[in-house]
Write a new protein. Structure first.
Length: 340
């Protein structure tokens, strides 16, 4: 384990805990308690930019006011422009935007702004992921400027997983900044800015207040990690609002279409799936149809929760089954009324 100086957080965080705290309070990458576990919420101590988003962000926000937005992960083969084109052909017009985020199984990706341009060339609006693991503040500022120029609808600012939790543990962890600090930089560049929160990760009583501090830093939307039943999402959005985080929330909706996805989605430390969700797909004679039906049902229920302005569909494709997952994501998106 790479232990940083100071408090000992391997990700050098000030505004911890991150979303990777294990159910028993252990650190994301070490068999030791998270160093922030018993601390009070760390208040945001920096400045916040009040700049509004550019044209793409404004249009997306206007759409979000008219109806729930349906965002989906885009299951492409890393560093493969043909895969981007093929997946875009399947998903175009079926979702309102695609996320181009991180993957523990494929840490090496095209740089965020280049990836966004490649996807957008095929007619899919991009909600770009940006993490602090692989780039220092200078490189992040360059990416933010490029993402603003590329006209992405939003940027998702996260601290990111530690390299030891993915397939490139040989890489040096950077963590020059963390999500709270990335937010005002992205706002100042005229981007619509989202952040993540994991309501089921310990200490669960701090998660709503922690989101409120990110809002004080300038966050405008929250993308939620899978956190269980609809009632759990409702309880979190209510607690967040009372803590001062009165921003649109987009909970995650797992889409499981095969055993690979079922096993992987059940293994995420900070993620809790609704009771029976995985089993209902595993038992089905046609797991793809069952997965689509489960996702549509769960998404519709989430969209009745006050404060929920849309959903983010996510799945885990077996290497080689990305197109199958893309078709399933497209089916869910269409069923939920995206792209109309
Ligand atoms: S769980 Fe996250 S915030 Fe806590 S010590 Fe580990 S890396 Fe740092």
């Amino acid at each position: 384990m790479t232990v940083a100086p100071g408090r000992g957080c391997p990700k050098r965080m000030t505004y911890g805990p991150c979303g990777g705290v294990g159910p028993d309070g252990s650190c994301e990458i070490a068999p030791e308690p998270c160093v922030f576990l018993d601390d009070p919420i760390v208040p945001w101590a920096g400045a916040a930019s009040a700049r509004g988003p550019g044209a793409a962000g404004r249009e997306f926000r206007a759409l979000m006011r008219r109806r729930p937005v349906i965002v989906a992960e885009m299951p492409t083969v890393p560093l493969d422009v043909r895969s981007i084109a093929e997946t875009a052909d399947v998903m175009r017009g079926t979702v309102d935007a695609v996320t181009t985020g991180d993957s523990p199984a494929a840490r090496v990706q095209y740089p965020p702004a280049y990836r966004a341009l490649l996807v957008q060339q095929h007619g899919l609006p991009v909600w770009a992921g940006l993490n602090c693991r692989d780039r220092n503040r200078v490189a992040l500022e360059g990416e933010i400027a490029a993402l603003a120029h590329a006209g992405v609808v939003a940027v998702h600012c996260v601290t990111g997983d530690h390299p030891e939790s993915g397939h490139r543990p040989d890489a040096m962890p950077v963590f020059d900044l963390e999500s709270h600090e990335l937010v005002p930089l992205a706002r100042a560049a005229g981007l619509l800015v989202s952040v993540a929160e994991s309501p089921a990760a310990p200490p669960v009583t701090h998660r709503a207040g922690r989101l409120a501090e990110k809002v004080r830093a300038g966050a405008q939307i929250c993308l939620l990690q899978f956190c269980g039943e609809v009632e759990d999402v409702a309880a979190f959005t209510d607690a967040a609002r009372r803590a001062g985080a009165d921003i649109p929330v987009l909970p995650g909706v797992p889409l499981i279409v095969d055993e690979y996805g079922a096993a992987l989605m059940s293994s995420f430390a900070a993620a809790v799936l609704p009771a029976g969700y995985v089993e209902s797909v595993r038992r089905a004679a046609d797991p793809v149809s069952a997965g689509v039906e489960a996702a549509v049902r769960y998404a519709r229920a989430l969209l009745t929760v006050e404060g929920v302005a849309g959903v983010v569909l996510g799945g885990a494709p077996d290497p080689g089954s990305g197109t199958l997952l893309a078709r399933a994501l497209a089916a869910v998106g269409k069923e939920l009324g995206a792209g109309r």
